[in-house]
Ligand binder design. Structure first.
Ligand SMILES: Cc1cc2nc3c(=O)[nH]c(=O)nc-3n(C[C@H](O)[C@H](O)[C@H](O)COP(=O)(O)O)c2cc1C
Length: 356
């Protein structure tokens, strides 16, 4: 950590402080599920909105989209919102396996309720099948080590074998990864990213929305993006939201992101066959499997989704990868250590009820 990356504040019930040994082994399934939500909420989410709610009824857990936390300017169809919830669902699945169960997930169980994204149960004990496996353990350990890393990455290639395993990780969750490692191909994608920056930077609604989720380093808020997550020191983190809201910074951002994109050893586009809510939920789970797997290889990642968030540019990315529905763009490489970003405690996003 350097001067621009202050230690994050510790809060009571901070999910980052959750410890394995505290798992309530002898308690009911509902107590165990409530505990495991601490791992679900460590998932990444757009602008760190944490747009999820959970309900537990007996042994059943419902995962709900919290659309009060939607981002209408950057994500008008809640595509990224559902992906964020999918990432939380994947973390929950990994945690359930770590503590010895085979999770049972029923996506979109109620066609009349589009906010109900999945039912989850602990499922059978895993002993019978010989799991948890070493991969389960590695993914679980990676939950607390994964952070979005917006710093420049080292000029060091990522081994092909690891890239192949990341592609397999995405496929396992029903999505595809398209890799960009050649400078020319990276340059074409970097052009689209820069164009996305220019369009977003000139858009007042986008700027206002983003500014509302940017917080000073010393803020006590437990959602949103603190300045330090973008490499900004304490003083600049106070004026950052004002600057973002007020000025068209698209040109400057475009130059910076182009450099970051072209200077990263790999750019990735994650795509799905369909473009509906189930596909977005699957994309979120694929994202989390890819990010956690990458973390186990010592890799860092950050997002450069701009051309997918600007309606006019998304088809251009689709043309570049030769499939219709690109969902996310990531850069991947070896970065310096970065601190955690805040999370709301699990109990703030959980309610209990008799029925789901
Ligand atoms: C669907 C999705 C879209 C995201 N889009 C962006 C993005 O365009 N730019 C960015 O810098 N971070 C993006 N992020 C990263 C979030 O800002 C980040 O996950 C959040 O601030 C929490 O920080 P953490 O990932 O370090 O835990 C995205 C995350 C998700 C899940």
């Amino acid at each position: 950590m350097n001067a621009n990356t202050p230690a994050t504040q510790t809060h009571p019930n901070d999910p980052w402080s959750i410890e394995d040994w505290a798992f309530p082994r002898t308690e009911s399934a509902s107590e165990q599920l409530a505990f495991l939500l601490n791992y679900a909420v460590l998932a990444p989410s757009g602008h760190n909105t944490q747009p999820w709610r959970f309900k537990i009824a007996g042994a059943d857990l419902g995962l709900f989209a919290d659309r009060t936390r939607s981002l209408p300017a950057v994500d008008p169809g809640d595509r990224e919102l559902i992906m964020s919830c999918g990432a939380a669902l994947f973390h929950l699945r990994v945690a359930i396996r770590h503590f010895g169960y085979a999770p049972v997930v029923r996506p979109f169980p109620d066609p009349a309720d589009p906010d109900l994204l999945a039912f989850v149960r602990l499922g059978e004990r895993l002993e019978a099948t010989g799991a948890p496996t070493m991969e389960d353990d590695r993914l679980f350990t990676a939950i607390k080590q994964r952070h979005t890393n917006r710093r420049p990455f080292a000029d060091r290639p990522v081994p092909d074998e690891e890239l192949g395993l990341l592609e397999a990780a995405a496929l396992q969750e029903g999505a595809r990864l398209h890799l960009f490692t050649q400078p020319e191909r990276k340059g074409i994608l970097a052009d689209l990213i820069a164009e996305g920056d220019r369009i977003q930077g000139a858009d007042e609604d986008f700027r206002r929305e983003l500014a509302a989720w940017l917080h000073p380093n010393r803020s006590r808020r437990r959602d949103g993006i603190p300045g330090y997550a973008q490499g900004v020191g304490d003083l600049r983190s106070y004026i950052g939201p004002f600057v973002v809201r007020t000025f068209d910074w698209g040109g400057g951002r475009a130059a910076k992101d182009r450099q970051l994109a072209e200077g990263s050893p790999v750019l990735l586009v994650l795509s799905t066959e369909d473009d509906d809510a189930p596909a977005h939920l699957a994309a979120g789970q694929a994202l989390a499997r890819v990010l956690l797997t990458a973390t186990t290889y010592g890799l860092s990642a950050s997002f450069l989704n701009q051309p997918l968030e600007v309606a006019a540019l998304r088809p251009e990315v689709a043309r570049l990868i030769g499939t219709s529905h690109p969902q996310l763009i990531l850069r991947l490489g070896y970065g310096p250590e970065v601190p955690t970003t805040p999370r709301r405690p699990a109990r703030a996003v959980l309610s209990s009820s008799r029925y789901l």
